[in-house]
Ligand binder design. Structure first.
Ligand SMILES: *[C@@H]1O[C@H](CO)[C@@H](O)[C@H](O)[C@H]1NC(C)=O
Ligand SMILES: *[C@@H]1O[C@H](CO)[C@@H](O)[C@H](O)[C@H]1NC(C)=O
Length: 336
């Protein structure tokens, strides 16, 4: 690419020379030629042109904070904590030219509460192609790391992949789905990369982002949400401090969290534990409406109610929270 970049400026130089030879004759063609030269050198370098068609690793992580905020507010329902923390964490991290460690987020909550959805939105806001980007990597425990007896192999593979991908693009994003199904110890292989090192073997990991998704801790989150509900306090008054500590301790002590006794936790290498609250009936309705709009159809409130009524709710007595969040909304809508 650099060689081709020089080709661009070489052409510009040629134009400048040509301009000089005609200078004596015609001042207008001089300015035309100079204009053309500045276009070649200034605006359309080969690299620009190349990156317009192929995907390039951004030199500086650019995040449109307004766009991310809008998208989260419009598409993620009932998650005031996640919205707030993710915005804050990502804006702070991408605005910092010299982060001291990579950003590490751990997202917790029951299925259907929006964890995957949020990681997809985050990926798209960092790399336009989102999950299809060459710089976004999704690992699914049951798919990529299924066998407990191969833990050592997985650890080596993970280290190799992360080293290779971060060498190619510093602002790579790694998403680990189904952390709760990851065999204990596998994730500790990436501890060195998450730590406060300036470089490891010549590679800096400080601009990378790691996102863990997990059902673990869902019970603790529900307990807190229920306690607020039962004591008549508003859901929106739940604060991160009501949950973050409980969550990190709970996950550390949970053998099926992927982070059981993990050094990532006891070395404080996870920057944020982000709780996803269980969704209520009104949130399910919001999901149905959003899905209808996404399909380009008018919102029909009868159908919205019918789909929401088909979902099952817990706990047994109060029936406040949807068992599967918004997870089955799409397929239920197909059958209306
Ligand atoms: C950021 O996003 C907002 C909302 O989508 C948009 O109006 C604005 O032009 C964007 N800014 C930049 C610099 O791309
Ligand atoms: C990047 O990660 C992917 C897995 O997402 C892996 O297949 C690939 O080999 C890695 N690239 C390098 C250069 O290590």
């Amino acid at each position: 690419m650099p060689a081709a970049g020089r080709l661009g400026s070489g052409a510009a130089l040629w134009l400048l020379l040509a301009a000089r030879t005609v200078a004596a004759i015609d001042p207008i063609s001089v300015s035309v030629a100079l204009g053309a030269a500045s276009v070649l050198t200034g605006l359309v370098t080969y690299t620009d042109l190349y990156c317009r068609f192929a995907e390039c690793c951004p030199k500086k992580q650019r995040l449109n904070e307004t766009a991310l905020k809008l998208e989260l507010e419009e598409k993620l329902f009932g998650q005031h904590l996640a919205t707030e923390v993710i915005l804050k964490a990502l804006t702070g991290f991408t605005n910092n030219n010299n982060p001291r460690k990579p950003l590490t987020l751990s997202l917790h909550g029951w299925a259907g509460t929006g964890k995957n959805f949020v990681s997809q939105i985050v990926a798209e806001n960092l790399h336009a192609k989102g999950l299809k980007s060459n710089f976004v990597h999704l690992f699914v425990s049951t798919l990529h790391f299924p066998h407990e007896q191969q833990t050592k192999l997985y650890q080596d593979q993970l280290q190799q992949w992360i080293r290779g991908n971060v060498s190619a693009c510093a602002s790579s994003v790694f998403i680990f789905d189904e952390m709760d199904k990851l065999h204990p110890g596998v994730i500790d292989a990436i501890k060195p990369f998450l730590d406060y090192y300036e470089q490891i073997d010549g590679v800096s990991y400080r601009k990378a982002i790691f996102i863990f998704l997990s059902n673990a801790g869902g019970d603790l989150i529900t307990e807190t949400a229920l306690e607020f509900w039962r004591t008549g306090r508003k859901r929106e008054d739940i604060q991160l401090k009501d949950m973050e500590h409980v969550l990190s301790v709970g996950v550390f002590n949970n053998k099926h969290s992927g982070l059981w006794r993990s050094r990532l936790i006891d070395r404080n290498l996870i920057d944020y534990f982000i709780p996803f609250l269980p969704l209520e009936y009104t949130h399910v309705k919001m999901c149905v409406r959003a899905e209808m709009r996404a399909r380009g159809s008018a919102v029909d409130e009868d159908i919205v109610t019918r789909v929401a009524d088909e979902m099952t709710f817990f706990p047994k007595d109060e029936k406040i929270y949807s068992d599967r969040g918004c997870k089955t909304v799409q397929s239920r809508l197909d059958f209306q």
